[in-house]
Design a protein around this ligand. Structure first.
Ligand SMILES: CC(C)(COP(=O)(O)OP(=O)(O)OC[C@H]1O[C@@H](n2cnc3c(N)ncnc32)[C@H](O)[C@@H]1OP(=O)(O)O)[C@@H](O)C(=O)NCCC(=O)NCCS
Length: 163
């Protein structure tokens, strides 16, 4: 019985640095989350770049198995910019996004970031909730910034966190 329970146990995740060996998974997670996906070769270049900091949610029971999500930034001290951030659609709303963001911000701070910037669609309630909780403030709005899958354009908010 305990074996069966163990087999079906809900995975727990730890946030760890990821490199270019995770490019295909980042492509999959990104493709499931955004209208205009980035390719695995885009991710390979990013993840091999020394200025890129990337963290993934690694399954504790199967560390080489699928990531629960990832977040990636360009670190150019004293600034950093969050480039992309996605959680597996099947695992959203469980705190993975918050855990990834919190740990990633700490890593950026340790790397010398004092100001962190990002762009977020103005109707992305889940992301906005996380960013506001982390202390990001809206510093600008860019109309018609995003092209949506339906052809409409949407506004982006520029946010900044001072550490
Ligand atoms: C944004 C994203 C990474 C969040 O991941 P997640 O694992 O679901 O995040 P969490 O479970 O830690 O937290 C989600 C938060 O959003 C809140 N939330 C979710 N849907 C919401 C909604 N429709 N309105 C308001 N708040 C919402 C939750 O209540 C939670 O906040 P809380 O912890 O204060 O309760 C995930 O939704 C995602 O991958 N989205 C698609 C890609 C994306 O938009 N990336 C960000 C680009 S800037």
């Amino acid at each position: 019985m305990s074996l069966i329970k163990g087999f079906f146990a809900k995975p727990t995740y730890s946030v760890r640095a990821i490199g270019s060996e995770r490019a295909e998974e980042c492509e999959r997670l990104h493709g499931a989350s955004f209208a205009f996906p980035w390719s695995s070769s885009d991710f390979e270049s990013y993840l091999a770049d020394g200025a890129i900091i990337a963290d993934g949610a690694v399954n504790d029971l199967a560390p080489k198995g699928p990531l629960g999500g990832f977040i990636m930034s360009r670190l150019t001290p004293p600034d950093a910019e969050v480039l992309t951030f996605a959680v597996d659609p099947a695992r959203r709303g469980l705190g993975l996004g918050g855990a990834l963001l919190d740990r990633h911000l700490l890593n950026l701070e340790r790397g010398g970031a004092r100001l962190i910037f990002l762009e977020v669609a103005d109707d992305n309630a889940a992301a906005l909730a996380l960013y506001q909780r982390a202390g990001f403030k809206v510093i600008g709005k860019r109309d018609n910034y995003y092209q949506r899958a339906d052809g409409q354009r949407g506004a982006a908010l520029t946010m900044r966190l001072e550490l």
